[in-house]
Design a protein around this ligand. Structure first.
Ligand code: ADP
Length: 480
């Protein structure tokens, strides 16, 4: 079976969040099932620079006003297709934001072009001798693909649309519609029209053959007004086509036995060796070498991630004898509040602003617990890395966090299955209470070590989830 996966980011080339991790790791997990994936991504500078060895496999004379080339290339076993159209993708700045942090004003065009290219590759002979059986698209940036296929290149080919975060919907003014090269009926409530605007995600969800999201709990949650962000009604009408499949992690890139970014390797049987990673972490963040748990935060600094709640409990963590290390960037007010806490509590709270993949590995290996107080969380990956590294997750009971962490309640502790802490409500007081529970468990070293062990035993790889994608794909082809 051949899959064309279409995405706006892919690890290890370009990543702003979990979407890139998933798009980068799923193909390898599908391969043993006889499923071959080619992944189409835009030719951003970061992509083209890292892919020196590439081969032209196709092109477009006129894709949104410019010619474009499709290259094939390989990295880490990923079979990539790169859409090179310099006018749209060769820019300083990130995949979505310019160097001042603002959305590129032509994002609708940049990602409509990616979607149209995908649809043409699916349907036409753009890449000679290759055609997918199914097209799998991710988030709003690629959500027009099923629409372009429906109205043109491949009306009958099955499509899967995965929602990684329903908060990002790609909503643009109606004035962009004439530029999208779609027939007028596409601007209707059955397709793109969304409260008078053009809704990319909305159109994709209306049109894709199947819809997935990245955990079973989030699939339930987005059917409600509280979490559905305006799309709960649409999703309820498509509930028969909606399924939640939890993400796995790249278990090779995230392995405390081989991780090149940590100070000392260890296993569940040699947890004492984590001490060297703790020391390296204390050095890196300028922390005092005192006992007590080190909490970590590795996150986008946003309201969604509950970072205001972390800022509110910093004094409590220190008063209770804990320490805190924070790695993240985002909202400048939240960044300011956390930096202020770090300067109030020198030696107990450290913060690094920005994005630092190697440091994020050392934090999982050296900290005792990872705080994830998200107000909503489609799946979440950092709790899965935490489980694998013996860095006990402390999570809000929502979405994928609720699905992947077993709370250390009395029943779970006596059955010896607890892997972390869940809390509700997602408020500063809820988090404070959870931190007190952590401190209590940490003071009983046997209880703590058992939780670390349970976590490290969990299978957080892609194996199980890949099987669910296999049966979804097979079902679609069988229906076809
Ligand atoms: P989201 O995609 O909503 O940001 P996820 O938990 O699904 O959240 O994925 C976040 C990914 O980004 C994880 O791999 C996490 O380790 C990584 N990450 C987040 N912030 C940083 C940072 N400042 N530095 C390094 N890695 C980060």
């Amino acid at each position: 079976m051949n899959i064309l996966s279409v995405a706006s980011e892919v690890y290890p080339l370009v990543k702003t969040g979990g979407l890139a991790d998933v798009v980068g790791a799923l193909p390898a997990a599908l391969l043993p099932h006889g499923i071959k994936t080619r992944t189409l991504v835009p030719g951003y500078p970061a992509v083209l620079h890292k892919l020196k060895k590439r081969k032209k496999v196709g092109g477009f004379d006129n894709l949104f006003g410019h010619s474009a080339t499709v290259f094939s290339a390989e990295i880490n076993g990923l079979d990539l297709l790169v859409l090179d159209q310099p006018a749209l993708y060769q820019r300083d700045g990130g995949p979505y934001l310019d160097t001042t942090g603002r959305d590129y004003p032509d994002n609708f065009r940049r990602f409509a072009a990616l979607s149209l290219a995908a649809a043409e590759i699916a349907g036409d002979n753009i890449i000679s001798g290759w055609k997918p059986d199914i097209v799998h698209v991710h988030d709003w940036q690629t959500a027009l693909t099923p629409i372009y296929m429906r109205f043109g290149s491949a009306p009958d080919m099955p499509t899967v649309m995965t929602i990684h975060n329903i908060a990002f919907q790609g909503q643009f003014g109606a004035s962009v519609f004439p530029e999208l090269s779609l027939p007028p009926e596409a601007f209707s409530v059955q397709f793109l029209e969304y409260y008078g605007d053009v809704g990319f995600l909305k159109g994709g969800l209306q049109t894709a053959t199947a819809i997935t999201t990245v955990s079973p709990s989030y699939a339930q949650e987005i059917l409600t007004p509280e979490f559905g962000m305006g799309l709960d009604g649409l999703l309820s009408s498509r509930v028969d086509s909606l399924i939640g499949i939890a993400n796995g992690i790249d278990a090779d890139a995230w392995d405390p036995q081989t991780d090149p970014h940590i100070a000392e390797h260890y296993t569940a049987g040699t947890l004492k060796r984590r001490a060297a990673n703790r020391r390296a972490l204390e050095e890196r963040f300028g922390l005092d070498k005192t006992p007590g748990p080190i909490f970590s935060v590795i996150s986008r600094l946003t309201w969604q991630k509950g970072m205001d709640l972390v800022a509110e409990v910093t004094d409590d963590i220190v008063a209770l004898g804990g320490k805190l290390v924070v790695l993240g960037s985002g909202d400048s007010a939240l960044e300011g509040a956390l930096l202020a806490a770090a300067s109030r509590h020198r030696g107990h709270i450290g913060m690094v602003t920005g994005y630092d993949e190697p440091l994020s590995h050392l934090m999982q290996a050296g900290a005792d617990a990872i705080l994830i107080p998200s107000r909503f969380e489609p799946c979440g990956l950092t709790q899965l890395y935490g489980l694998r590294y013996g860095c006990v997750p402390v999570v809000a009971r929502t979405g994928g966090l609720a699905d992947t962490v077993i709370d250390a309640n009395e029943a779970a502790l006596s059955a010896r299955v607890a892997t972390g802490f869940q809390f509700l409500p997602v408020t500063a007081d809820g988090l404070r209470l959870a931190i007190r529970r952590v401190l209590r468990a940490y003071s009983e070293s046997k209880v703590w070590a058992r939780m670390q062990n349970q976590g490290m035993k969990c299978d957080v790889s892609w194996a199980k989830s890949a099987e669910r994608y296999v049966s979804l794909y097979s079902g679609l082809l069988a229906k076809g």
